[in-house]
Design a binder for this molecule. Structure first.
Ligand code: 5GP
Ligand code: ZN
Length: 113
């Protein structure tokens, strides 16, 4: 499958991995929008939030929980951070493998676009 995040998960494309478990991995965004910009990605190829089945809700909860843990690990929990899921064309989703952005380390003033 020609999916860049599946290739990162398989180790076929290098990335700066900061966390991994049996369900997800997290790595630094190649084009960071903030001093801390991580992507938390399920190992399973799910195209977008639109494609999350009810049975996968626990997985999405786990991803958000990992975002919280990583915010603490990266030292941005106290000052605050933003967790974002882009979905589809109008949502600005460029990579068609579900992922959660964790952004922080500066004041994010530009609202929700
Ligand atoms: P989206 O716009 O789909 O929500 O976000 C995709 C993100 O993936 C972008 O912020 C982009 O910089 C990042 N990205 C795209 N290709 C790569 C890559 O090969 N490696 C890493 N680490 N990040 C990538
Ligand atoms: Zn994929």
């Amino acid at each position: 499958m020609d999916c860049i995040f599946c290739k990162i998960i398989a180790g076929q494309i290098p990335s700066d991995v900061v966390y991994k478990d049996d369900k997800v991995i997290a790595f630094r965004d190649i084009s960071p929008m903030a001093p801390v910009h991580l992507l938390i990605v399920p190992r399973q190829h799910i195209v977008s939030l639109n494609d999350v089945a009810e049975a996968q809700v626990t997985l999405v909860g786990h991803i958000v929980h990992v975002a919280k843990l990583l915010a603490k690990q990266q030292g941005i929990a106290e000052k605050g951070y933003r967790v974002v899921i882009n979905c589809g064309r109008d949502g600005g989703q460029a990579v068609q493998h579900l992922h959660v952005h964790l952004l922080g380390g500066r004041e994010l003033v530009n609202g929700l676009g």
